[in-house]
Design a protein around this ligand. Structure first.
Ligand code: GDP
Ligand code: MG
Length: 689
């Protein structure tokens, strides 16, 4: 590395096929925590991060962490900014992702293209590589998944491959963090020397002559010149010289279908070098395993039952005996032990009744009512992350495609919906990755039906109170009602407000992989983190406000009976609205309002309003106030009514239409009221029979 370059900021553009491990490498390099998903195009947004690896500028060898052969300490270290480009298979401008990548490299001129290549899928990945190598930009190949090579039954002669391709290749394993330091050191080396790749791929004398002429006439790089010859419309409008037009005409007279001709040349080149550098050493266990699992999991008849069984098992574990045991443990720890400790502390400093009430019955009870369910939220997210990382989630899109076609959607919309089970906000944001405008709008209107993680504490506390024996199945049924209504709504919307065509389905199914514990826990935490933050912010604030409103009247005097408090009056005003649904008590009405701030707040509010103190107390209060039927009607309402403020604002931003947002809000509330009323009224008929 040239000494004068120390301290300069380098920009490395990370490019590669979908599922090549781009996100994994990006996270490893930047230490920033992003979602790692398996469906095509999840990284349509542009992501950037500062590479953390550069700060220790020493060379560590692949596989042997003990043998650090060379130490080079640069005081003025280089900054490297990593830009994550969308996952693509080629650079023809067929999709938004391909255009983003090409334009980025052409316009922003990164110092280096870091091309990540999946070693277990070499031929397909190298197609993009041959195009990137023609962009006259320094380039390094990160040959990823080296750890999985043997399992895939072959080995690669990296030295030879590097020579044949004319591009520096660094073997890595992104998920294991192996070889990454060496990779960055080498990237810095090549970027600082501005060393261009020497891809020896040529297309025959006639095309080469034409390419050379266009390059000198138009000042384009090799790839763009070739694209012009391939009749790239986006580039054609920028032609400056008439000579270029003449050259293009001449070439198209010689070769009729130039695009196919060039593509074939690329494939031939790739085939010839992989033949020399890749040797088969055994059976491809990964492919065999994937085929075996898929024969059941994507089976035309078995697929959907298998999916339902998997989901059902997850709910049984999360909400059944195991999940409740964890919750009880936390409940005792926080709401009993911790609360007692705080009370002692407050007594010791001589705190008055007001302060004690606010802290113990307000903050601790309110926040604690939700923290109790944290283990269950984590458990659900752990399973969802596992399904995502293993490759199963991508299959669900495939499985659901047929069903979704009937809704006028593609199977791809299923992924945001499944994410909606975690939290609606990222789910709503991920809808961006769908190609078609109508698809996006329709999916956005349906995501709120997916029961988000924040509603779990509500289900958990109600099932514990009124359906202790059947918690798993009752909760599962709520999720099903949400899905069912999403289907019905989809059918209605796609035939009325949002008519249109369904785009064809293209989604790559990645091979099944055993996710690493580290990445699964990482993703679980990514999802659960927001809940932890919210417990400390929104819920804390809501608990304080609710407690104050419950203990003060309009003249701000303390009340002894909260019925006469501010909140009691508001509650009594709106409670009659819910009478037909079976839960016309003012506490329930108030908790639904605070649920708009955050769904967990329904539980916090109830804990405070019923003066329950902790979850166990709330469970016994609820079992007195509610009947199983009115409780179920209440849960149906909570399931379906308008999502929290954060989700509504995300929805409004993505829908980009006040009218549709308002429609969505009214629709959700309307459906919630109607369904909950129907549950209670029809249920009452049967019960009185
Ligand atoms: P992207 O679509 O290119 O962003 O790919 P991801 O980063 O989401 O990775 C796709 C899958 O490959 C994930 O399940 C990763 O855990 C897995 N993966 C990434 N790098 C490696 C690796 O070096 N070895 C193995 N065995 N798996 C990896
Ligand atoms: Mg990715």
């Amino acid at each position: 590395m040239a000494v004068s370059d120390l301290g300069k900021e380098y920009v490395f553009a990370l490019a590669g096929n979908p599922n090549s491990g781009k996100t994994t490498l990006f996270n490893e390099l930047t230490g920033s925590h992003y979602e790692v998903g398996n469906w095509a195009g999840v990284t349509v947004e542009r992501k950037e991060g500062i590479c953390k690896y550069v700060y220790h500028n020493h060379i560590t060898h692949f596989d042997t962490h003990e043998h650090e052969t060379e130490h080079k300490h640069d005081e003025a270290h280089n900054h490297i900014r990593i830009v994550d480009l969308p996952g693509i298979y080629s650079l023809s401008p067929n999709s938004a992702e391909e255009v983003i990548t090409r334009d980025y490299i052409l316009r922003e001129k990164p110092d280096l293209i870091l091309n990540i290549v999946d070693a277990t899928n070499l031929e397909r990945n190298l197609y993009l590589t041959t195009q990137l190598a023609e962009m006259d930009t320094p380039m390094v190949i990160a040959l990823n998944m080296m750890d999985a090579l043997e399992e895939n039954g072959f080995s690669i002669d990296v030295e030879k491959l590097q020579k044949k391709l004319g591009i520096r290749i660094m073997p890595i394993s992104a998920s294991k963090g192996r070889g990454v330091q060496d990779l960055i050191t080498e990237c810095l080396n090549i970027a600082s020397k501005k060393q261009l790749p020497l891809c020896p791929l040529t297309y025959g004398a006639k095309i080469e002559n034409a390419v050379n002429e266009i390059q000198s006439e138009e000042g384009l790089n090799r790839l763009c010149s070739i694209k012009l010859i391939e009749h790239d419309i986006r580039l054609k409008s920028d032609i400056k010289s008439e000579k270029t037009t003449a050259v293009l005409e001449a070439v198209s007279k010689i070769i009729a279908d130039i695009e196919t001709y060039i593509a074939e040349k690329r494939y031939k080149f790739i085939k010839s070098i992989t033949k020399e550098c890749v040797s088969v050493i055994g059976e491809n266990k990964q492919a065999t395993r994937t085929r075996k699992i898929d024969s059941i999991v994507t089976h035309p008849i078995l697929a959907i039952p298998v999916f339902i069984i998997i989901m059902f098992l997850i709910f049984q574990i999360t909400f059944g005996a195991f999940g409740s045991m964890l919750s009880d443990f936390v409940d005792n720890l926080f709401n009993v032990q911790f609360a007692a400790l705080v009370e002692k502390g407050l007594d010791a400093v001589g705190a008055g009744a007001f302060a004690k009430g606010l802290v113990i019955d307000g903050v601790i009870a309110g926040v604690g009512g939700v923290i109790t369910f944290f283990p269950q939220i984590m458990l659900l997210f752990l399973f969802l992350s596992f399904l995502e990382d293993s490759g199963y989630m991508a299959r669900t899109a495939f499985i659901m495609d047929k069903l979704f076609m009937k809704l006028g959607l593609s199977g791809k919309s299923f992924v945001p919906m499944i994410m909606g089970f975690g939290c609606s906000v990222p789910a709503i944001m991920s809808v961006r990755t769908l190609e078609n405008e109508r698809d996006r709008k329709l999916t956005l209107l349906l995501v709120p039906f997916m029961s988000c993680g924040a509603k779990m504490p509500v289900y958990a506390v109600f099932t514990a109170a009124l359906f202790p024996e059947h918690a798993g199945i009752v909760t599962f049924s709520l999720y099903l009602i949400g899905i069912f209504l999403a289907i019905v709504s989809g059918l209605i919307f796609s035939r009325t407000v949002l008519k249109g065509d369904t785009p064809p389905f293209v989604l790559e199914l990645p091979p099944y992989r055993m996710p690493t514990l580290k990445s699964t826990f990482h993703h679980m935490w990514e999802k659960a983190k927001d809940f932890a933050i919210r417990a400390g912010t929104v819920l804390l604030a809501a608990s304080v406000i609710i407690w104050l409103l419950q203990n003060l009247d309009l003249r701000l005097h303390m009340v002894t009976d909260s019925r006469y408090s501010i909140i009691g009056m508001i509650g009594q005003l709106i409670a009659p609205l819910f009478k037909p649904c079976g839960f016309g008590n003012w506490q329930a009405a108030v908790s639904l309002i605070s649920g708009f701030a955050a769904k967990e707040a329904v539980v916090s509010t109830m804990t405070i309003l019923y003066g329950a103190g902790n979850s166990a107390g709330l469970v016994s209060s609820l079992s007195e106030v509610f009947t199983p039927l009115s409780a179920y009607a209440f849960l149906v309402f909570v399931l379906l009514y308008v999502p929290c403020v954060a989700a509504v604002s995300a929805l409004s931003a993505e829908l980009n239409s006040k009218k549709l947002t308002l429609f969505s809000i009214c629709y959700q509330i309307g459906i919630a009221w109607i369904m909950s009323m129907l549950v209670f009224q029809i249920g009452s008929l049967f019960i009185s029979l």
